[in-house]
Design a protein around this ligand. Structure first.
Ligand code: FAD
Length: 478
């Protein structure tokens, strides 16, 4: 029998555990007495064009290096192909397959429209590519309503998701057995791209697994109570790992079920709220596949086209820089700028402020987030922005405008989070922090001027009414 070789193409699944495409590549080579190789494709122009955050690219680079080491132990060499454009993929893969006598390519499927079109074209052009669904616990298209369509409301989606998942064995795959003798440790892989250090985040499948286990052991039961308070370590902080597939959603759900076997069927289960967040992740990925226009930055609610956004660029810059004069907004934006991550409650609050108080198009904010986030993810980011702006699927109604003062006093009552990121306010009273007002020079608060902190960029009551009027363009859609 002539031997046949396989290739594992890593994309948003930078892990060796629970990686069905990798397992399929190994099985193919074993069955055909061949060898397995792996590639990761680096496309800097694509990253630049799509505003991928330099901190996320650094995080990916670190994981590609760790992956190369894990694969070397399995006897699988990893090559990094540097391409100028996405469209060069076909030529590069074709050459690579010829050079290494490869007969079959395996990869995890991706939900974004560009990635899906690229894969379909590669298959049409004769690349022997097999796509494996591994991006979600339940693949897009598997959770449908009675008419066979994608749900447009989260709650029935999640009910159906749980009912299907509860009938399945959710068991992550083990790391495949070595296919050949271990290789010598690979030399360091450099992307040759301007990155920003992600060292403040631990890297690796081991680190992700430990974070997951620790969260489940000590925090998940309090998640419902703690998750809205940015000063607490109340959420898992697994998003950087999930976004690039260092850990899979199936591993997360299986870990929940190992501790809480009733999680899928019992609504009083302590892990219920966290499980729901993982289902939100799946909901947005399924939506991306069902409604490709979402990948192209279009409104889910097409009436969104009629919104007369103000798009004032000075106000947008103040928002980006954490200089709006609303301490909770500014602390959140500075957390993003300094760490590449922002707490979920604050993502909702700053997105509402930008799209409603300032009436800046959600696409501006979505893009800025992408440029900064270590966990940037098209599906969740688009979902979160359109939810906040009111243009999305099962979105926050357009007339519900978060009051930044109430959000501030409710979710950071002692202002400890705010003071961490806005040190200018160290001497301010809690009342002043939670209820910033335009300063009259004769006012006691005039000291603020000396603190170098700006006055509120917009007055809340006026902004709220203005937002409701302008966003009522969405009315017929809700
Ligand atoms: P946990 O609370 O521990 O949740 C566990 C996991 O569930 C998360 O890691 C994430 O994968 C998933 N998840 C949680 N909440 C959501 C949600 N609302 N939508 C989809 N998935 C969710 N998340 C991203 O991963 N990437 C983004 O680019 C992103 N952009 C966002 C933009 C806006 C405007 C909003 C409102 C939310 C956005 N989110 C995004 C969702 C959410 O804020 C983050 O997933 C969460 O803050 C990550 O922290 P964590 O890992 O501690 O989450």
């Amino acid at each position: 029998m002539t031997s046949m070789n396989s290739l594992m193409w890593f994309r948003q699944d930078l892990r060796v555990a629970d990686n069905p495409a990798l397992v399929a590549a190994c099985q193919f080579a074993l069955q055909h007495q061949g060898k397995v190789r792996a590639v990761y494709i680096v496309t800097p122009s694509q990253w630049m064009r799509h505003d991928v955050a330099p901190i996320q690219i650094d995080f990916i680079q670190r994981h590609v290096n760790l992956l190369a080491q894990s694969l070397a132990a399995l006897g699988i060499p990893l090559d990094v192909l540097h391409l100028e454009w996405f469209s060069d993929t076909h030529a590069a893969l074709k050459d690579y397959l010829q050079q290494h006598h490869i007969d079959a390519v395996f990869a995890g499927s991706e939900p974004e429209i560009n990635e899906r079109s690229r894969d379909n074209e590669l298959i049409d052009q004769g690349i022997p590519l097999t796509l494996v669904d591994q991006d979600c616990v339940l693949a897009a298209g598997k959770v449908q309503n009675l008419s066979g369509d994608m749900y447009k409301v989260f709650t029935p989606f999640s009910k159906k998701w749980k009912s299907i998942a509860s009938q399945k064995a959710i068991v992550p795959l083990a790391v495949p057995a070595p296919v050949a003798a271990a290789l010598t440790l690979p030399s360091t892989i450099e992307f040759n791209y301007q990155t920003r250090s992600s060292e403040q985040w631990a890297a690796g499948e081991g680190a992700a697994k430990r974070a997951l286990e620790q969260f489940l052991a000590s925090q998940v039961a309090d998640y419902q109570a703690d998750r809205d308070f940015p000063a607490l370590e109340g959420t898992s902080r697994l998003s950087p790992f999930l976004a690039i597939g260092v850990v899979s959603s199936r591993q997360c759900v299986a870990a929940i079920l190992a501790r809480y076997p009733e999680a899928l069927v019992d609504d009083t289960c302590a892990a219920k709220t966290w499980l729901n967040e993982l289902i939100w992740r799946e909901f947005y990925r399924h939506l991306l596949v069902a409604f490709p226009r979402l990948s192209m930055a279009q409104n889910f609610n097409e009436l969104g086209k009629g919104i007369a956004w103000r798009n004032n660029s000075d106000e947008f810059t103040a928002w980006c820089d954490g200089q709006t004069g609303y301490p909770i907004i500014d602390a959140a934006m500075r957390q993003l700028n300094q760490t590449g991550w922002m707490h979920n409650r604050l993502r909702m609050v700053v997105a509402s402020f930008l799209t409603k108080h300032l009436l800046v198009d959600w696409r501006w904010g979505e893009r800025y987030f992408r440029q900064q986030l270590i966990d940037g993810d098209l599906a969740a980011n688009n979902g979160g922005w359109q939810w906040s702006a009111g243009t999305g699927c099962d979105a926050q109604p357009y007339f519900r405008v978060f009051n930044p003062m109430t959000q501030s006093s409710k979710f950071d009552p002692d202002a400890s989070f705010i003071k961490r990121y806005v040190p200018e306010l160290a001497r301010w009273s809690l009342k002043d922090i939670h209820e910033p007002k335009t300063v009259n020079v004769n006012d006691l608060f005039a000291q603020r001027q000396g603190d170098g902190y700006p006055q509120p960029i917009v007055e809340h009551k006026m902004a709220r009414l203005r937002a409701i009027e302008v966003l009522s363009a969405l009315k017929r859609g809700q």
